[in-house]
Design a protein around this ligand. Structure first.
Ligand SMILES: *Cc1c(COP(=O)(O)O)cnc(C)c1O
Length: 390
């Protein structure tokens, strides 16, 4: 491929654009992972992660994609044949269920339409029915990246409490942590699963489990086979800043810098920035006369927007046109919604003009690909951004 001048627009909902300061931090010499300099780095990032999850409990770092942290959450807390309750919010919920089944768990999926989040009333109903407390864990995807829907985890917690059920709560925040408000301790989540390459503004390659005292207790008796993912040797080594195997040293340099950036901007301001960009994007979509995939305004994702195309128009063609003409990548329709919707990522390291450029590319692409729409989406977003200071 010939050189394409200017910066590629990576507007998929993860991996996201990596800030220059994070790239510079990663571009450093590898150090001895058993030496004192590494111990300082390890302790700093392990401690620095806690406020991001809003927890005072330990956070574990794996050199792995988010899928590894999904597996880690299950194998450390559950035993063969255990029943877990899952909710079909979209493609990622379906993948997590498939993984649970392969591990020998009995994963019951509450059906969903891929346009709504986890229904707290359904959580309560399922748990109340489970008089014998067979369900060992409730598994929820906080931000369903395939559909642009954010589940109300605080309300899911309240539903579990109302049912008076002892199930653990496991939550996937791979595409929400660092972009959308999330509270591990307040919501008494037992394991929070996260990944580096979305809201955390890092390249792919790290993933996380934030624990609770109950999760740690469950890990003492959980019998699923585990070795690499085992929390116990990890927590023991982490006490002094080390890892039981070779850590991804350079990604940890990046993590240290990303945590500094998030602290400098302030987490609440980061969330507000994403909320503002989410709203501007939704205004653009409505002005185009297109339909948002998310069907409940309480569940709009501020990390990405999934846009339905009119019947007979294929999102793959639209995205190919935009990539070819404007050098921008957008998210494809995954699983059941393949061909039907495309996704605009507005998470991570992002500002007003990045959003305007992104929406310009979409609006021009809609025209070039012959997708019926009205002009004025970019104008609607610009008007909102101008009138609403960040
Ligand atoms: C990206 C993503 C995953 C998968 O993570 P990988 O890093 O690709 O393994 C899982 N869940 C959600 C919600 C995601 O957005």
């Amino acid at each position: 491929m010939d050189y394409r001048s200017g910066r590629h627009f990576l507007q998929i909902p993860g991996p996201t654009n990596v800030p220059e300061r994070v790239l510079r931090a990663i571009d450093s010499q590898v150090i001895d992972h058993r030496g004192p300099a590494f111990a300082r780095l390890g302790l700093e990032v392990l401690e620095g992660l806690r406020p991001l999850f809003k927890t005072t409990s330990p956070v574990i770092i794996y050199p792995a994609s988010g899928t590894g942290a999904w597996e880690a959450a299950l194998v450390n807390t559950l035993s063969p044949g255990d029943k877990v309750l899952m909710f079909e919010t979209g493609h990622f919920a379906a993948l997590w269920q498939g993984l649970a089944e392969k591990l020998g768990l009995s994963a019951e999926m509450v059906p969903g339409d891929w346009r709504h989040g986890v229904d707290p009333a359904a959580v309560e109903e399922q748990l109340r029915k489970d008089k014998g407390h067979q369900i060992r864990a409730v598994c929820a995807v906080h931000n369903e990246t395939s559909t642009g829907v954010t589940s109300r985890i605080g309300e899911v917690r309240a539903a579990i409490d109302r049912a008076g059920h002892p199930a653990l709560l496991l939550v996937d925040t791979i595409s929400s942590l660092g972009s959308i408000d999330y509270r591990h301790d307040d919501w008494r989540v037992d394991v929070t699963i996260a990944g580096s390459q979305k809201g955390m503004m890092l390249p792919p390659g790290l993933s996380f489990n934030a624990l609770s005292p109950r999760a740690l207790l469950a890990s003492k008796t959980a019998r699923l086979v585990r070795s690499y993912w085992d929390w116990e040797p990890m927590l023991a080594a982490n006490k002094t800043g080390f890892f039981p195997f070779t850590p991804a040293t350079n990604l940890l340099y990046g993590l240290r810098e990303a945590l500094i950036l998030l602290r400098e901007e302030g987490l609440e301001r980061v969330f507000q920035r994403h909320a503002r960009h989410g709203e501007a994007t939704r205004r653009a979509v409505r002005a185009w006369g297109l339909e948002l995939n998310c069907a409940d305004e309480r569940e709009y994702s501020n990390a990405l927007t999934a846009v339905l195309l009119p019947a007979g128009h294929d999102e793959a063609r639209l995205r190919a046109t935009i990539l070819e003409r404007f050098d921008m990548s957008l998210g494809q329709g995954l699983g059941k919604v393949r061909g039907k919707l495309f996704r605009i990522g507005h998470l991570g390291d992002f500002n007003d003009l990045t959003l305007c450029g992104t929406l310009c590319g979409v609006e021009m692409g809609l025209g070039l690909a012959g997708v019926p729409h009205q002009p004025g989406g970019v104008a609607a977003a610009m008007e909102y951004l101008s009138a609403t200071p960040g």
